[in-house]
Design a protein around this ligand. Structure first.
Ligand code: ADP
Ligand code: MG
Length: 292
């Protein structure tokens, strides 16, 4: 069942003024309930603009965006959307302003009307979902590590228990291990809570490791959308969009140019090992082959 339906969406910032900027051009895309979609594209391709239509922060200049059955152009419907669609902005920790991490996570659900034990329970659930240790809840948000602050910010959105979770560059500025941890937590939530997850990223390794489907933007246009395994292996298409293919895809390309053909293109390091290992073992067993 689709939870987001985008039809002929056009978005122009400041139309009719000298600052007029067409940001999205004729986008058609459907997001299915419960899926993990990666919205990818180079800087300025329109990813954040598109995502801001999902919770009604922006409305179409033309065309239609329906989210969870309602039209985002409808002002009354839009007022309910912030509870249903959680948008974690890029560098969300910059929006943390409470004295403790706990208060910060409680901000959203409190505005939704939760209080007392129900509120505490919700905050604890969200903190646990992002694997924040309990002592971090009592800390000053400015005193914890960058990775923890990012997870605290995600917890603040999760605490509203949105049906759709949109994360704008959730890995930006984090080191590799922390980035992986944040994304794993999100993937786990998508699995256990059956939440629809949309991540925005220009790092295709992240899309390859976690997303079912990929939508590729270039200069405000949807260049392609489809299964991660179909889109992310198209080196030329990705480069046309100004993106680096996942390194496993580049590696497979190099191998094929050296005469080593894998049965399919691997999307992750694990896939690469699985596809390559049997070949290496076989080659090493050849008489006269180097066993090392
Ligand atoms: P991305 O998230 O892929 O980097 P954006 O959606 O931020 O892309 O930007 C798409 C286009 O819209 C760019 O040309 C950008 O300069 C422009 N843009 C983005 N936000 C605004 C804004 N608030 N006002 C005017 N133009 C904007
Ligand atoms: Mg952006």
């Amino acid at each position: 069942m689709p939870c987001i339906e985008i039809e002929n969406l056009i978005h122009v910032y400041f139309p009719g003024t000298p600052l007029e900027t067409p940001a999205l051009v004729d986008i058609n895309l459907t997001v299915e309930q419960g899926e993990f979609l990666a919205l990818v594209g180079a800087a300025g391709s329109g990813k954040s603009t598109l995502a801001r239509h999902f919770n009604g922060l922006l409305v179409p200049t033309a065309g239609r965006v329906r989210v969870l059955g309602g039209d985002v152009a409808d002002r009354r419907y839009r007022r309910q959307l912030w509870r249903k669609v959680g948008l974690v902005f890029q560098f969300p920790e910059r929006q943390i302003f409470s004295g403790t991490v706990q208060e910060d996570i409680a901000f959203g659900p409190r505005n939704m009307g939760l209080s007392g034990a129900a509120l505490d329970e919700r905050v604890l659930w969200a903190a646990e979902a992002v694997q924040l240790p309990e002592e971090a809840l009592r800390a000053d948000p400015n005193q914890i590590s960058g990775g923890m602050r990012r997870r605290a910010a995600i917890a603040g959105v999760l605490a509203m228990r949105p049906e759709i979770l949109v994360l704008d560059e959730p890995g930006a500025g984090l080191d590799g291990r922390t980035r992986e941890r944040v994304l794993r937590v999100v993937k786990e939530l998508q699995n256990t809570e059956k939440m629809t997850v949309i991540i925005i990223t220009h790092q295709l390794e992240d899309a390859a490791a976690y997303a079912h489907r990929v939508a590729l933007l270039k200069q405000g246009r949807l260049l392609a959308a489809g299964g991660a395994g179909d889109i992310l292996v198209r080196e030329e298409l990705l480069r046309e969009a100004g993106l680096e293919p996942p390194f496993t895809v580049e590696l497979a390309g190099e191998l094929s140019r050296s005469g080593v053909l894998l049965p399919q293109t691997p999307l992750t390091p694990d896939d690469t090992v699985k596809l390559l290992a049997p070949r290496l073992v076989k080659d090493n067993r050849k008489p006269g082959g180097d066993p090392c």
